[in-house]
Design a protein around this ligand. Sequence first.
Ligand code: DOR
Ligand code: ZN
Length: 421
Amino acid sequence: MTSYLLKGVSVLGGSPTDLLIKDGVIASGAGKADETIDATGLVALPGLVDLHTHLREPGREDAETVETGSRAAALGGYTAVFAMANTSPVADTAGVVEQVWRLGREAGLVDVQPIGAVTVGLAGKQMAELGAMATSAANVRIFSDDGHCVADPRLMRRALEYVKAFDGIIAQHAEEPRLTEGAQMHEGEVSTRLGLTGWPAVAEEAIIARDVLLAEHVGSRLHVCHVSTAGSVEVLRQAKARGVRVTAEVTPHHLLLTDELAASYDPVYKVNPPLRTAKDVEALRQALIEGVIDIVATDHAPHAVEDKECEWAYARPGMVGLETALPVVLSVLGEQWELIAERMSRAPARIAGLTGHGTDLSPGSPANLTLVDPAARRVVDPAELASRSRNTPYAGTTLPGRIVATFLRGEPTVLDGKAVK
Ligand code: DOR
Ligand code: ZN
């Protein structure tokens, strides 16, 4: 196994030092290595962990595969991603989650951890075989019907009760379906002006309020996907103050973009939950800094051209995000490396119980890390993305930070900004 010496690297913004990667771990002291990387001006972070990625395999390999999504993740600085269950077939059995897990191992670019569906076929009617997925080789601990809300409160309660036995998590896509029928964008001034059916903030807030009460009642763990409104932040703030076992994520796009973009009618800005107002964006940023929102998760949602480059009303919701997440967060938070490491690596690993990721870069730790050049600027070019899909809202935008290298258990997956395989 090739050893690497990262010369003059800044660990989490600290003063320059040498970091030796040997036999899959961070070695103690400097010393000789097979390869030396001049890391002057580069920042080392623990490898990023994404709790919310859509990899589209099985079923929509034209939009993404486990391998292409893994490559996009590595290029974005990730060493582990959690694959959402809304594939075709749905990941609602041990067979499908094991397939995704195995494909991830074969690609070998990031650790791919499947998320299992809560209900059969994401239909919201009957609980899926959560136990069989938990005891499968994929060792599933997080369950989600993401893309759909587990709207039935009785089913939600049962699922929370079921996963409590093995300290599992229900990750909820909070969207009261009756309140969002026909919704095309955030309900507000802009939707009124454009004449598009609105997706009201209360449809998210009402489900989060209900679910934190259910989680509190059952004593189980709830994770809230892609929080998008200021009101949701207040519900979470109160629940956390009461000691409810709830965690929450925000996407990079909800930290940066607003509903004004829908005025272009460019479906690249169509996403679920929708882009909200500047006031919501500000509340989400503040909540992330304070820790009311625990993590950043991408909701990387690749879509084929025919599903995205069409009329707004017919376009699928979602944006690719793995390759731009860190640059977007850098543009929002600035070079707050400790905070970034916490929200994008340590906390997601801790929430998921994922060992070996999100650890300190100290001797003996698995060498899962990424090297960032914070001084670099990049104009996002959709044609250069490793993802099989092109639906980025940042085309032509200049973003700070370039991911120079990523290591998975001491093996480079990215070097010189390029995927190794
Ligand atoms: O925008 C979204 N796209 N939101 C979701 O909840 C699902 C996702 C997808 O699967 O495309
Ligand atoms: Zn979702």
